[in-house]
Ligand binder design. Structure first.
Ligand code: TRP
Ligand code: SF4
Length: 400
């Protein structure tokens, strides 16, 4: 178990589909047993684009959490919460806005892209420009080391790193820092303290990145340090600035090859998706009517799996033997397309059966779900309040 925290969020804009499962949620499920994880519903982010349809958000918040649980997110391992129930996110967003150059926001590639793509909406708002900054607040609040996201979100994580750096640069000059850091080194115990000093020297004098990494690991594992001392020692290791907000890294979700029922990437906006908990009859219908290799006009025409969207689904769902059966059968016209689709239908229905079983208790008793989220919000707030105490102090707001 690594102690480095993982944070990620999703906007509640509709029922999650198989692309979300294979692209993101499967990854979250794996991470939750390796790291402390926080996953949240980014309802404020949804408002930046859907401010004129608030019911979309309300309807989808709880359904989305059910989809997460259906996918195998375990509330015993992961903290699940709703962004707007942790109002510290808004405060951090506001405080960070003081030091965020407008140009940085205007240059984030998703800003212009999304305005053009969603041209039916008026996105020339203050809230939409601030989207990446709100995201930075989400991440920095928990001093996350890793942010599992798709490729499109990498610029937002990069932007978050720049904000953290700017914040630490402006506010990380604690009075008496050197003395406090030296005191904190002693608290490591003599053996660890010596190792720490060696790694610090190796990094600062020779730029040895391995030493930096080892130093960080040593601090991660040191158990008797307060949060403040640990942060000081991270800063002292890297060069005597105190790190108040930690720089996160994107944990790139392997590009999901999950195709939709038309062969394009599965996406709700393309109308080619299958929901995680879609009705089985509807799934059968969608797959049966899926287009196949256009060269197979008649049952007796041989086909080529590489030109067929159904084959893409076999790559996600079928074992080696079934794939072999498809390749041979398709190219020799010894199987029909409906026959070929059946194992895919069976595999999707089996996968969804598990989702439905996991979701059922929460549909039967919504209070179970509310309790999980209430508990998650409380846990998240504890961390958030600790971070905010330090942020306020660093920004001169701790007067009494
Ligand atoms: N912008 C992300 C998306 O559209 C959602 C999000 C909001 C997020 N805050 C976050 C993701 C913080 C990771 C970390 O997918
Ligand atoms: Fe596609 Fe299968 Fe039909 Fe070949 S047999 S065209 S792979 S559906």
């Amino acid at each position: 178990m690594f102690t480095e925290r993982v944070v990620s969020g999703m906007r509640p804009t509709g029922a999650l589909h198989l692309g979300h499962f294979h692209g993101a949620l499967k990854n979250w499920v794996r991470l939750q047993s390796e790291h402390p994880c926080l996953f949240f519903v980014a309802d404020w982010h949804a408002l930046t684009t859907h401010y004129d349809s608030p019911d979309v958000i309300g309807d989808n918040v709880w359904e989305m959490v059910i989809d997460w649980l259906a996918a195998g997110i375990d509330p015993q391992q992961s903290v699940l919460f709703i962004q707007s129930r942790v109002p510290e996110h808004a405060e951090l967003h506001l405080l960070l806005s003081m030091i965020t150059p407008l140009g940085w926001l205007e240059r984030v590639p998703t800003y212009k892209d999304q305005q053009e793509k969603l041209s039916e909406r008026d996105l020339s708002t203050y809230g939409f420009l601030g989207y990446p900054l709100l995201q930075a607040a989400d991440i920095l609040m928990y001093r996350a080391a890793w942010v599992p996201v798709g490729e499109d979100q990498v610029p937002h994580v990069e932007f978050t790193r720049e904000i953290a750096r700017r914040f630490n640069h402006l506010f990380g000059r604690e009075p008496g820092f050197e003395d406090k850091a030296r005191e904190a080194v002693k608290k490591l115990g003599s053996k660890r303290a010596k190792l720490y000093q060696q790694m610090r020297t190796r990094y600062q004098e020779q730029g040895d990145d391995t030493a930096l990494q080892q130093g960080r690991e040593l601090l991660e594992l040191a158990q008797n340090l307060s949060m403040g001392d640990r942060e000081r020692l991270f800063g002292y290791l890297e060069g005597s600035r105190r790190i108040i907000l930690a720089e996160p890294q994107a944990l790139l979700t392997e590009a999901s090859r999950m195709p939709g029922i038309d062969g394009q990437k599965m996406s709700k906006s393309y109308g080619n998706s299958i929901a995680m908990r879609e009705d089985p009859e509807s799934v059968r219908r969608k797959i049966r009517t899926m287009p196949t290799d256009p060269a197979r006009v008649r049952r007796t025409d041989p086909g080529e799996p590489e030109r067929c969207p159904v084959w893409q689904l076999h790559l996600v769902y079928s074992d080696e033997a079934t794939r072999e059966w498809v390749q041979v059968g398709c190219r020799s016209a010894s199987i029909g397309c409906l026959e070929c689709k059946q194992p895919v239908i069976d595999a999707i229905l089996a996968e969804q059966q598990v989702f439905r079983e996991r979701a059922q208790p929460y549909l039967d008793d919504p209070s179970l779900l509310r309790n999980i989220v209430a508990d998650g919000c409380e846990q998240a707030r504890k961390i958030a309040q600790e971070t905010m105490r330090e942020v306020r102090e660093a920004m001169g707001l701790d007067f009494d």
